[in-house]
Design a protein around this ligand. Structure first.
Ligand SMILES: Cc1cc2nc3c(=O)[nH]c(=O)nc-3n(C[C@H](O)[C@H](O)[C@H](O)COP(=O)(O)OP(=O)(O)OC[C@H]3O[C@@H](n4cnc5c(N)ncnc54)[C@H](O)[C@@H]3O)c2cc1C
Length: 303
């Protein structure tokens, strides 16, 4: 998992470059929140290392086009992620591709993070910016359930003459259906409710782009064969598709959070991990930056 071979600022470190000193700040997750935290901390001269199990940008990579991020009208999530990766590489921050599996407090009050490689990193402060994971989909699936996509990142590039079913009624589902349309698919959104839960402008754009929206369509069972998907809807209806994307919401990746009775001194949270429904890039970035400032104050006051 570890890539490239030096420990210069801004470079991805390899395994044997894991510092044995105690860092000032360990950032876990390099979505928009973790990137903002890491850049601010590096700018302020903190000894910071960011560890993420995905490339910089995190879930933003799944966003087709952003219209609510000031200064970046119409930018794709992917292009923003590429910019973030370049900016990080040019910064003084070190980064590592790995998964943090456990976070514990040592006797001296510092944090000890265990990586999937078995190595450990020690740090006085930690920013958890671990985002979300897809909400479990509890519909019974016959056949190869691994063929379910949970966002647009895993969809094939070329989808001309293919039918893509997108389950869900929120903004991520509409964005994903639009992405499938961009790639030439017949995109059909199947939503359980009587109306969608999304910004009206996005729904209008999707309809104009030819996304077919089927409301009151609850999938009760699914079967996947080499011919594609057969989705059994309520009232005995069957819907067929070549690809299936299930966008029914996301839940916080909070497994590294300590038990509520433990002290959280030196631990800062940022981004989607902390939010219920309204999860946006600008909010995540702001919280990441605030976490870096709070960590700097904590270190300065000898906390
Ligand atoms: C389809 C779609 C469209 C969207 N469109 C928009 C939009 O138009 N405008 C907008 O503002 N927002 C949009 N969003 C939301 C936006 O992408 C998120 O709000 C943002 O990415 C959250 O940033 P984050 O840093 O909190 O978390 P994430 O982006 O989820 O990043 C967290 C990162 O941490 C990593 N990680 C988690 N646990 C660990 C661990 N233990 N060890 C190492 N790494 C770990 C994850 O793999 C991930 O890479 C969209 C989202 C989707 C899915």
């Amino acid at each position: 998992m570890h890539e490239r071979s030096n420990n210069l600022p801004g470079r991805i470190m390899k395994a044997n470059a894991i510092p044995d000193r105690c860092l000032s700040l360990l950032v876990v997750g390099l979505g928009p929140a973790g990137v903002a935290c890491t850049l601010q901390a590096a700018r302020d001269g903190l000894d910071v290392l960011a560890v993420s199990d995905e490339p910089p940008g995190g879930l933003l990579r799944a966003a087709r086009r952003l219209d609510n991020l000031p200064g970046c009208p119409g930018a794709s999530g992917l292009s923003l992620c590429e910019q973030m990766a370049l900016q990080l590489a040019a910064s003084r921050a070190a980064q590592l591709r790995a998964r943090v599996e456990r976070l514990e407090r040592s006797a001296d009050g510092a944090f000890s993070a265990s990586l999937d490689s078995g190595e450990r990193i020690r740090s006085r402060c930690v920013c958890l910016a671990t985002g979300t994971r897809p909400r479990p989909w509890d519909v019974p699936v016959e056949g190869d359930g691994r063929r379910v996509h949970r966002d647009a990142r895993s969809l094939p590039e070329a989808l001309a003459d293919r039918r893509v079913a997108v389950l869900g009624g929120g903004e991520a589902a509409l964005d994903t259906a639009l992405w499938a349309r961009d790639r030439g698919a017949e995109a059909v959104l199947l939503a359980r409710g009587e109306k969608l839960r999304s910004a009206p402008g996005l729904e209008a754009e999707a309809r104009e782009a030819g996304v077919i929206i089927q409301l009151e369509s609850r999938v009760e069972r699914a079967a996947c064969t080499e011919l594609g998907w057969a989705l059994a809807l309520d009232r005995g209806r069957v819907f067929r598709a070549d690809e299936l994307v299930v966008c029914i919401g996301r839940v916080p990746r909070d497994e590294l959070l300590p038990a509520s009775t433990e002290s959280r001194a030196g631990l800062f949270l940022a981004g989607d991990l902390t939010r219920g429904r309204e999860r946006y890039v600008a909010t995540a970035m702001g919280e990441g930056q605030q976490a870096a400032l709070a960590a700097a104050a904590f270190v300065q006051t000898g906390g």
